[in-house]
Design a protein around this ligand. Structure first.
Ligand SMILES: Cc1cc2nc3c(=O)[nH]c(=O)nc-3n(C[C@H](O)[C@H](O)[C@H](O)COP(=O)(O)OP(=O)(O)OC[C@H]3O[C@@H](n4cnc5c(N)ncnc54)[C@H](O)[C@@H]3O)c2cc1C
Length: 347
């Protein structure tokens, strides 16, 4: 078992001060909250999911400690994290065995450091890293994870979409430690400069790892990252072939300085790489502009892009469901409209 002292204090303070959780005085409560933001790093560089975890921790209030582990991270990812505004300290564990974030040994490592810190909340991004890691941590701590949250109502109440975003669930956790993954598009605005957090050594239990990281193949692109781009141009099955997708979509994306996305039908048909899929089983995006052509607007696609600020759609079918969520719609043949639009944007 691990010490629950901080939580017990929190509960006692709450019950003395407030008859109901609705009447919580957030500022008094926030002094008792302490969150561990689990940072994801790749080759010593912090990933955007880490910033989302910190943004969520800031929304929650209270003190924030960041955690990062991997090969020589103190001089790289931990130093980068120390500059983030609002962090009290950065706990770093330097060991190459944790570099790839394998959950088999990373989970016991994290549990050890959670126990040491007595945190009330542990937050990670809802990326492959967070999704892989936190369920094991939850099992080891015997608490229930709250996944993929898009909102924080109070210290124990969180909002998360279910059924591909068709229903929104408000969930209250009674667990002593709230273990949470956060949707990146819902938590933004972390200031990456101006902080002066202290970097301290974490505990390394040197847990054995029964799996071995062998290799990975990453799609490389000079374009903006799809998950965080300000503008996204997506193509669907209406593009008809990979040749047409490559002929029409990249020039339009270039004209807008946008990332490229695709529907699952386009990915399954081989028009675009799997890493470009937007939707329930792909990436969640919320750019300033989401411009799509030849995409019908199936609910599974909408689940990944309907939080975009402006949605523009080109489709030859005026009854296509995409027009129900689009702010701007163009009914027409994409083989004419896309090159025309690209030319106009270039001018
Ligand atoms: C469990 C599950 C998970 C899924 N996850 C995802 C996901 O993550 N992402 C996702 O996208 N889908 C997902 N899907 C699939 C989803 O249901 C749809 O099948 C898919 O989104 C359809 O892709 P599309 O809009 O490109 O193709 P279609 O539905 O075939 O639509 C093509 C559109 O192109 C238009 N069009 C055709 N020719 C032209 C032209 N010349 N000019 C203009 N318009 C034209 C048509 O009018 C049509 O609206 C999932 C499905 C399941 C069951």
């Amino acid at each position: 078992m691990f010490p629950l002292a901080r939580h017990t204090v929190l509960r006692a303070a709450r019950s003395q001060l407030y008859p109901s959780s609705r009447a919580l005085n957030q500022s008094a409560l926030s002094r008792l909250l302490s969150t561990l933001a689990v940072l994801e790093q790749r080759d010593g560089k912090l990933q955007t999911s880490s910033l989302a975890a910190i943004a969520a921790a800031q929304k929650l209030g209270g003190s924030i400690t960041a955690f990062v582990a991997g090969n020589a991270v103190k001089g790289t990812a931990a130093a980068e994290a120390a500059k983030i505004k609002g962090l009290e300290k950065v706990v770093a564990v330097e060991n190459a065995a944790y570099d790839k974030g394998l959950p088999e040994n990373y989970a016991p490592l994290l549990v050890e450091n959670i126990k040491n810190g007595g945190y009330t909340h542990v937050i990670a991004g809802h990326s492959a890293f967070g999704k892989n890691l936190l369920p094991r941590v939850a099992a080891l701590l015997d608490v229930q994870q709250v996944s993929d949250i898009t909102g924080i109502e109070s210290e124990d109440t969180f909002v998360r979409p279910i059924y591909a975003g068709n229903a929104i669930l408000t969930v209250q956790s009674t667990d002593p430690i709230k273990l949470i993954t956060v949707r990146g598009t819902a938590f933004q605005g972390t200031e990456t400069e101006g902080g002066t957090a202290e970097i301290v050594d974490g505990t390394d239990p040197n847990a054995p790892c029964p799996t071995e990281w062998v290799s990975e193949e990453l799609a490389k692109s000079e374009r903006p990252d799809l998950a965080t781009a300000e503008r996204v141009v997506s193509g669907g099955r209406g593009l008809k072939s990979k040749e047409d997708f490559d002929r029409l979509i990249p020039p339009l994306a270039d004209a807008l300085g946008a990332a490229i996305g695709a529907s699952r039908a386009a990915v399954d048909s081989g028009f675009a790489d799997n890493s470009l899929q937007v939707g329930q089983t792909g990436k969640n995006v919320a750019p300033q502009l989401y411009l799509c052509a030849g995409i019908s607007g199936a609910i599974q696609h909408l689940a990944g892009m309907k939080d975009s600020k402006v949605i523009a759609a080109i489709n030859k079918d005026p009854d296509a469901p995409i027009f129900q969520v689009a702010d701007v719609g163009l009914v027409g043949d994409l083989f004419e409209k896309v090159p025309e639009l690209t030319e106009k944007l270039k001018q």
